[in-house]
Ligand binder design. Structure first.
Ligand code: DX5
Ligand code: ZN
Length: 229
């Protein structure tokens, strides 16, 4: 299972160092949580910080846009070197056009939805996207508890993707840690966003990533995992 650490919970005073530690630990993506104080209560950062992150790592970066009218900022994030833009369907009344706009910009396209937004809101867009992100907490804050009913939703999205023959990534975001990673993996997720379980005061980034990988290896369907030595 791929890991996409969210810098939201990193130490911003030594952000470059933390990103390098994550890259050295073998993570796959860097996740940028963009919040506007409108769609979600919090405010984080914008394209300027995304561009700074870009300079510290060779890993691809994805921006999770928790902002109203996200299309106003697509070009800025692309310019900042972000490879994948993820929009909330709640903020995109004209989703087909939004997806086309992103396609023309030559970035990967991700769509996401809040924990109680009905899954039919994404169903018809599935053949058009590179990634579906299932929110497993209400967006807006790091360090929240995984909502248990999310597991059913991930499995349902897995089925929907398989039904249309889509090879899109199925990503999960919120409350993923050593206790929840197996649930989401077994339900069919292919990438986990991880904030506080990677960037925290208790363990180094490398230790945290190793603990998550070890937990993922203990899942029930571990066929594609290397055996523990
Ligand atoms: C929530 C964000 C998440 C969050 C993850 O709004 O989208 O990416 O920062 O943090 P943890 O893993 O601590 O829940
Ligand atoms: Zn996120």
């Amino acid at each position: 299972m791929k890991l996409s650490p969210s810098i939201y919970t990193a130490d911003f005073g030594r952000l470059g160092e933390q990103i390098r530690e994550a890259e050295a630990a073998g993570v796959d993506w860097i996740h940028l949580d963009i919040m506007d104080g409108r769609f979600v209560p919090n405010i984080t950062f914008g394209p300027l910080v995304a561009a700074a992150v870009r300079r510290y790592t060779r890993l691809p970066c994805e921006a999770h846009l928790m902002i109203l009218e996200p299309e106003r900022y697509f070009a800025d994030f692309k310019q900042a070197g972000v490879s994948r833009l993820i929009v909330h369907v709640e903020t995109c009344p004209h989703l087909y056009s939004t997806i086309q706009t992103l396609r023309q910009m030559d970035v990967q396209v991700g769509i996401t939805l809040n924990p109680l937004t009905p899954l039919c809101m994404i169903e018809e867009a599935l053949p058009l996207v590179d990634l579906v992100l299932v929110m497993t907490v209400e967006p807006g804050f790091g360090g929240q508890r995984y909502i248990p009913s999310s597991t059913q939703r991930i499995a349902a999205v897995r089925q929907m993707l398989d039904r249309v023959g889509s090879s899109a990534e199925l990503e999960v975001d919120g409350g993923i840690n050593i206790h929840t990673i197996c649930d989401v993996r077994d339900a069919g997720a292919t990438i986990a966003v991880v904030g506080s379980a990677v960037f925290n005061d208790k363990y180094s980034v490398a230790e945290s990533v190793n603990m998550l990988r070890a937990a993922a290896r203990r899942c029930s369907n571990e066929d594609d995992q290397a055996p523990l030595s």
